[in-house]
Each structure stands twice: as structure tokens, then as C-alpha cells.
Design a protein around this ligand. Structure first.
Ligand code: GSH
Length: 116
């Protein structure tokens, strides 16, 4: 007999997407073969920002959730920094060029380890 049966769900080292999203501070919705997604991820990586990537290529449910969270925007990527919706790749780079990304990361309590 399984000694753990009846004790509820077993702890998991592989949390589901909802749990990972709740833990993540930067989230980026992407599809495969998306140049804008690659560019956006490159900037985040260059800045040493850890992010959760949600690939919605074949996932209608997550894509619907993205559109809802992004106030109706349907293109990928859609990027969220903490509770703030940044928008797409162009928006991310524009924010960075305007000097607004670092203060936003700081305001959201997100640490970064890469170059600026
Ligand atoms: N200006 C947007 C352009 C994004 C864009 O056009 N993404 C393409 C994929 S690379 C897209 O979402 N196309 C429509 C679709 O796949 O539904 C940005 O910078 O994020």
C-alpha cells in the first residue's frame, strides 16, 4: 500500500504554470519563430533579468489569458514587469531607451545582474 495515499497531493518540484507565473516577476508571452519575441528576450537576458516565458503558439487558453491581461492586444510578445503591462517588443525597447526600465524594475523590487 502507498503510505502517502490519503495525505493529499504530493509536493512537486515541477510547479504548474499558474504557480510559476505567481512567483515570476517578469513574464513574457511568446510564440515560436517570432523575431520580436527573440529581440525582447535578448534585451531582458542582456540585463540579467530572469523571466518566465509563456509560449502560446499552440495554447489557445493561455493566448486568451494574454489578450485579456494585455487589454485586448493580440500580438506577441506581451511583456509584464511585476504588476505593470509593458506591451510588446517595441514598447520594451522604447521604455529602455527612455531610461524607464531600470526604475520600473526597481519599483517592482526586481533585481538584475547584467549590463545596462
Ligand atoms: N510592434 C509589435 C509587433 C509584434 C508582432 O507583429 N508580432 C507578430 C509575431 S513576430 C505577431 O504577433 N503577429 C500576429 C500573430 O502572430 O497573431 C512589437 O514590437 O511587439
Amino acid at each position: 500500500m502507498d503510505l502517502l495515499s490519503g495525505l493529499g497531493p504530493k509536493p512537486s518540484n515541477n510547479p504548474d504554470l499558474a504557480t510559476r507565473a505567481a512567483m515570476a516577476q517578469v513574464e513574457i508571452y511568446t510564440t515560436r519563430f517570432c523575431g520580436f519575441c527573440h529581440s525582447a528576450k535578448a534585451l531582458l537576458t542582456r540585463k540579467g533579468i530572469t523571466f518566465l516565458e509563456i509560449d502560446v503558439s499552440g495554447d489557445l487558453q493561455e493566448r486568451s489569458k494574454m489578450i485579456e491581461r494585455a487589454n485586448g492586444r493580440t500580438t506577441v510578445p506581451q511583456i509584464f514587469v511585476g504588476s505593470t503591462h509593458i506591451g510588446g517588443c517595441d514598447d520594451l525597447y522604447a521604455l529602455h531607451r527612455a531610461g524607464g526600465l531600470d526604475p520600473l524594475l526597481a519599483a517592482e523590487g526586481i533585481t538584475q545582474g547584467g549590463s545596462t
